[in-house]
Structures are given as C-alpha cells and as structure tokens.
Design a binder for this molecule. Structure first.
Ligand code: PMP
Length: 376
C-alpha cells in the first residue's frame, strides 16, 4: 500500500529531494559543500523575505525556538506570549525555562488574537521586550494576522518574534516589509525535506539584543553561526544530507515561483475546506490557515477510529488533535509537495471511512465540491 502523508510535518518528499539524499556524502569543509551552502543562503533570504542572513541549525524547529530565547534575552526580561494552542504554550514554556518573566494573552483554542489586545498589553507595561507568536498555530489550524500585529510592535522598544515553523511557504510572511524581527522555521513542512533543519532570521533590531543577553549558550550561539555562514560554512558538522536536500527543494520552489507556491497552498486549502463542509462537517478554526484544515469530528464517529481506518484501509495519514482536542478534531494538512489530486485522495478516503463508521455521507459530494475549486 502506498503511504500518503497529510500531516502538518513531516510532509511528502518530492522525488528530486529523495534522490539527492541517496548520493554519497560530501564533506562539510569542502568547496562542494560551500558552493551548495552559498546558494542556499541566497535562496533562504528570498524565501524568508529578508535582506538579513538566515541562520541554519541542525535540529528540529523547537531547537531554534529555544535558541531565540537563549540569544536575545536575560533572566527577568518581560515578554508577552500569545497562547492560542500547543505551540503558543511552547514559547511560554521555553521562556519560563530560561527565567524570563512571562505574560500571556490566553485565547480559546481555535480563536485568533486581536492585535488591539496586544497593543493594550504593551501600553500598560512599557517594560515588555518582545511579543512571541505563531504565523500558524498548527494545533488549531488558525493563521494569525502578523502584518497587523507587526504594525503594533513596529517602531517601539519591543521586538516581534514569529514561529513560522509550519506557516512559512504556505502563508505570506513579508518579514522585512512588515517589520517582523525574528522568524523561526523548520525543514519538514513547506520546504519539503525531512525533519532535522531549523532556521532563524533576525532583523537588525533583534541582532542588537544579542549584545545584551547574558543567558548561557554554546551550540546555539547566533553570532558564531553568523560568522561561519558569512564564509559559507557552519560552525559545527551540519546535517549535510539535509542541507543538500534543501538545496534541491529550494531549486524546485524557485522554479515554481514563490507567489505560485503560496497561491497553490491557498487553493488546496480552499478546496479541502469546501470538500469537508460539503460533507456537513464543521471547520474548527476561526481563521483557517493554508497549512492545514482542522475538522470537527462527531463523537459518534470518533477521531481515533476515523484516523485508524483512513490509515489502515487507504494508506492516508491525517493528524489528530492535540491535548484537549485529541478526540475532537482531525487535521488534514495540505502542506509542501501537494497538488490537486492529493486533495481528491484525502477527501475520498475521508468519505469512505466516514461512511463505514456510520456517518451519513453522500458519496462523492466532498470530492465534487473540491473539484469545483481545483478545476478552476
Ligand atoms: N511550532 C509550530 C507552529 C509547529 O507546527 C511545530 C511542529 N509541528 C513546532 C513549532 C515544533 O517543531 P519541531 O517539532 O520541529 O520541533
């Protein structure tokens, strides 16, 4: 059976990306590696929409989140965290682990943050040094309005830190133009390579904070990383195979065109939403993202049984909910190397599985609704 991933990371790998990883390993202190890395540095600037260097680390996304806290702050620094789901909570946990003073705006899961609330918090406490948020809160499928949030933080003594681990490449993020100070991303999402690389882009304003931070760090030192990257090197042995895979995936994305990558995600997301709604199911997210569609599943069907059937019978892997949402939603990702017919596959598996589990389905109705969008 073919195994088909519709999870918000890892995502499917294009054939070109798979094949390059089968090649023999090259040495990271060779000209060959430096040449690949040089090209990658240039492309990453474009993908992150910044003129600044994008730092690369061999780790999962969370490592880069922790590195941001360790490089920019000192114990006791006040920070404001938007906590709208699992990954908002993660920012707060990391900041607390490094003894920052954490204030949070707690949202009901599935809801979006009102930028005015952020403004109010900053007005009431001028000592807050940073606002931490997500571009897409993957646990709820919600996309936040970063452009408007950045208007609130721009020009003030506060930096805006955006976890775009899942959102980069699926949602617009104009880092420099909007005035976002820190962007974190990971490899196993829209960048279409396996897990294991993480990225951090920093504005000039954010770089300045690294001079005053006194938290301990060694492997994660941003200044050391930057110095090495300026010479097309990494400080330590990188995940060389993944770096080569990244070179290939960035070439593919460039060939497609960044705007086309974003509009493809938007179209697939819209088709998925129309498809599930045509089946009478509800979308969980207040502002549904182009990364994934979070779908409320009736208790009579059961998330575990539905996911199990989709996987075991049809080879289709969708994600369940996290924490309190475990038994409430499934998350269908349309992220990375995905195309129109993939959406038909996942909706078809959903229809057949729902029907078998006793949910009334008019077969083909979800697919037809999706095709209306996809065929345009
Ligand atoms: N933030 C967001 C928004 C994510 O979606 C994820 C991964 N699902 C992470 C952070 C954590 O990334 P990782 O699992 O690669 O550490």
């Amino acid at each position: 059976m073919k195994h088909k991933l519709f999870t918000p990371g890892p995502t499917p790998l294009p054939e070109e990306v798979r094949l390059i990883q089968a090649r023999g390993i090259i040495h990271h202190r060779s000209k060959e590696f430096s040449d690949v890395f040089k090209e990658i540095r240039e492309e990453l600037r474009y993908v992150f929409q910044t003129k600044e260097e994008v730092l690369l680390f061999s780790s999962s996304g969370t490592g880069a989140m922790e590195a941001v806290v360790a490089n920019l702050f000192s114990p006791g620094d006040k920070v404001l965290v938007i906590r709208g789901g699992k990954f908002g909570e993660r920012w707060a946990e990391i900041a607390a682990a490094f003894s920052l003073k954490v204030f949070s705006i707690d949202l009901e899961w599935g809801h979006v943050v009102n930028p005015e609330l952020i403004e109010k918090n900053l007005r009431e406490d001028s000592g807050i040094k940073a606002v931490f948020t997500q571009l897409v809160e993957t646990s709820t499928g919600v996309v936040y309005d970063i452009e408007t949030i950045a208007r609130v933080t721009k020009g003030k003594g506060v930096i805006l830190i955006v976890d775009a681990v899942s959102g980069l490449g699926a949602e617009a993020l104009c880092t420099d133009k909007w005035g976002v100070d820190v962007v974190v991303a990971g490899s196993q999402k829209a960048l279409m390579i396996p897990p294991g690389l993480a990225f951090v882009a920093l504005s000039g304003k954010a770089w300045k904070l690294t001079n005053n931070s006194n938290l301990p760090r060694y492997y994660w030192d941003f200044k050391k990383a930057k110095k090495a990257q300026d010479k097309n090197q990494t400080v330590y042995t990188p995940a060389i195979t993944l770096v080569c895979a990244l070179g290939e995936s960035l070439r593919l994305l460039k060939k497609e065109g960044w705007d086309n990558v974003l509009s493809r995600h938007a179209k697939l997301a819209k088709a998925t939403r129309q498809g599930v709604m045509a089946l009478g199911l509800q979308i969980f997210s207040e502002t549904p993202s182009n990364v994934l569609t979070a779908v409320e599943i009736p208790l009579s069907v059961g998330v575990k049984r539905l996911r199990g059937l989709m996987r075991d019978r049809y080879g289709v892997e969708v994600a369940g909910g996290q924490a309190a949402l475990a038994e409430k939603i499934i998350r269908i990702a349309h992220l990375g190397a995905m195309e129109a017919t993939d959406i038909i596959v996942v909706l078809s598996a959903l229809e057949m599985s729902l029907s078998e589990l006793g949910y009334p389905v008019e077969m083909g109705k979800g697919i037809a609704a999706a095709e209306e969008i996809l065929g345009r």
